[in-house]
Design a protein around this ligand. Structure first.
Ligand SMILES: C[S@@+](CC[C@H](N)C(=O)[O-])C[C@H]1O[C@@H](n2cnc3c(N)ncnc32)[C@H](O)[C@@H]1O
Length: 266
């Protein structure tokens, strides 16, 4: 996870910013990734479906529109209130992905879009536990290689000024290493399929918008505690400024890795 439970909540209130981070401000950009993951995991009419670390609930809403019985969990109350507003008929709970508040074998499909990261083996075990035999877990995460993605620029801006983030963001990003996510799934008794890759653009209206979105993301909060908001903002602005096309948008080209796997446990 980005930060521990409640740290994220504090980060939102301390920043005092209405932006809820990149997941909200760039929601439309994520549709391509969400759609591909819903297809890969065959979420459809009547599927019992769970989105782990659902954030503001766009994925939940898309699953619900496909006819799934949508359930979601996140650690942030503020993001959950957006999720509830988007899909009031779904079952949305505040909680910890390392201890899911659902019984064993409750779901046909579970997904997590950039909610499960390198250190989160326990969350994969939990996902496997709540899946029925033959059920499917879908994960999306950023690749760790030099794949042309520009997402690393935002992380680099934070990492270069924060001692904490140097180590932590490396651990988070390890899920993107070839074979690592697959290994995490096998340890939990899941059988991974081939990775797919999906391209999308994070489009900020302009540089200010994009900087503000990244200032509200978890890793920035950790750095803000260490170095102060001004320094973090300066670093992010400097790194992203070369992507800004004045009069147009600030676009960050991203490549997401998708992995789906079956649960063979009885
Ligand atoms: C990168 S965001 C992804 C949000 C959403 N899946 C999306 O794609 O927009 C990571 C999410 O993980 C949530 N989170 C962090 N730690 C968590 C935990 N231990 N249990 C549940 N959610 C957690 C955060 O609140 C945040 O919404």
């Amino acid at each position: 996870m980005w930060v521990s439970l409640n740290e994220l909540e504090r980060s939102r209130s301390r920043l005092g910013r209405p932006s809820e981070g990149v997941g909200v401000s760039n929601g439309a950009a994520l549709v391509a990734e969400f759609d591909a993951l819903l297809r890969a995991t065959q979420v459809g009419d009547g599927s019992d479906y769970l989105d782990i670390a659902c954030g503001s609930g766009l994925m939940l809403n898309m699953a619900s529109r496909r006819g799934a019985l949508a359930h979601g969990l996140d650690a942030s109350d503020r993001l959950l209130s957006l999720a509830k507003r988007r899909t009031p008929e779904s079952d949305i709970r505040h909680g910890d992905m390392n201890a899911l508040p659902w019984d064993d074998q409750s779901f046909d499909v579970a997904t997590s879009c950039r909610g499960i990261w390198g250190p989160n083996q326990q969350a994969v075990h939990e996902a496997a536990r709540v899946l029925r035999p033959g059920g499917c877990l879908g994960l999306s995460f950023f690749g760790a290689g030099r794949d042309g993605s520009q997402i690393g620029k935002a992380f680099k801006a934070i990492r270069r000024i924060s001692d904490h983030e140097i180590d932590w963001s490396q651990q988070l990003g390890e899920i993107g290493l070839e074979g690592r996510a697959e290994e995490m799934c096998r340890i939990a008794g899941l059988e991974p399929a081939e990775r797919q890759r999906v391209q999308f653009d994070l489009e900020g209206a302009d540089l200010d918008h994009e900087v503000r979105a990244w200032m509200a993301a978890g890793p920035a909060w950790m750095a803000i505690q260490e170095r102060g908001a001004d320094e973090v903002e300066r670093s992010i602005r400097q790194e992203l400024s070369e992507l800004d096309e004045p009069g147009l948008e600030c676009v960050l080209k991203c490549l997401s890795n998708l992995l789906s796997q079956r649960n063979h446990h009885n």
